[in-house]
Design a binder for this molecule. Structure first.
Ligand SMILES: N[C@@H](CCC(=O)N[C@@H](CS)C(=O)NCC(=O)O)C(=O)O
Length: 236
């Protein structure tokens, strides 16, 4: 474990995955400096914000801790927990539980976001008269439904009775998955027609936590700040 004091800057684009990191920092009561940025109408970060982000891709979230820069929300979570809370339950010791937490951290960015982004990007690229995308989206819907069924079943069988994804307390799995689920439902990326009551109960529970609420308040996060960006073609 590094024994240095946190000197964390969080580059926070509005309505973005960066809420995961602000939430984690609040759970751990770690101090951080926020650099907030707005999106352009097409979704990218405003140039003035992006030029502050010290990475080639200039994506959010990115953190700088002293002279170390880390990008990719999953890697940032792991770095923060390993550095400042190595014995916490957020990334539990022990290979079996840790494997399950890391499985969901990976699924949040790959499986869940991937199946959503396969629909989201075409919606962004083809701005007007996108009804021809409907059959394409319909053909991908089963992937999102299968992902949600998996999450629903995992919550049903979870040790906490559906309050947390792994074990009986909050882990990085919940922190990573929260944004993915909120974004998929908010943008209706293949979620129409599904019923997943356990997912909603879990989501409402984790986002009612004081640390999450504080993160939202400090960052002014709201997924609805995406406005009309990438809403379904049927809404046009
Ligand atoms: N896999 C990355 C994804 C990062 C990413 O794509 N961030 C988006 C916001 S959610 C972004 O910065 N978009 C604005 C842009 O590229 O200008 C992670 O997990 O952090």
């Amino acid at each position: 474990m590094d024994n240095h004091q946190p000197d964390i800057v969080l580059y926070f684009l509005e309505a973005s995955r960066a809420i995961r990191i602000a939430w984690l920092l609040e759970e751990l009561a770690l101090p951080y400096t926020l650099v907030r940025g707005k999106r352009l109408p097409q979704g990218a970060g405003e140039p003035d914000f992006k030029k502050c982000v010290p990475t080639r891709l200039q994506k959010s979230p990115t953190i700088k801790d002293g002279n170390l820069v880390v990008q990719e929300s999953s890697a940032i979570c792991e770095y923060i927990i390993n550095t400042y809370a190595p014995t916490s339950r957020l990334l539990p010791d022990g290979t079996r539980e840790r494997a399950k937490v890391r499985e969901w951290m990976a699924a949040a960015e790959s499986t869940f976001m991937e199946h959503g982004l396969a629909q989201f990007y075409p919606r962004l690229v083809f701005q007007e008269g996108r009804h021809y995308l409907l059959p394409y989206e319909a053909s991908l819907k089963f992937l999102v439904h299968r992902d949600m069924d998996w999450l629903e079943e995992e919550l049903e069988n979870s040790a906490s009775g559906g309050i947390f994804l792994v074990g009986d307390s909050l882990t990085a799995a919940d922190v990573m998955m929260g944004f993915s689920i909120e974004w998929l439902f908010d943008r209706r990326l293949g979620t129409d027609g599904g019923e997943w009551p356990r997912i909603w109960k879990w989501f409402d529970g984790i986002t009612a936590r004081p640390a999450y609420r504080t993160a939202v308040e400090k960052t002014k996060y709201s997924v609805t700040d995406l406005g009309d960006l990438g809403l379904p073609p049927s809404d046009q």
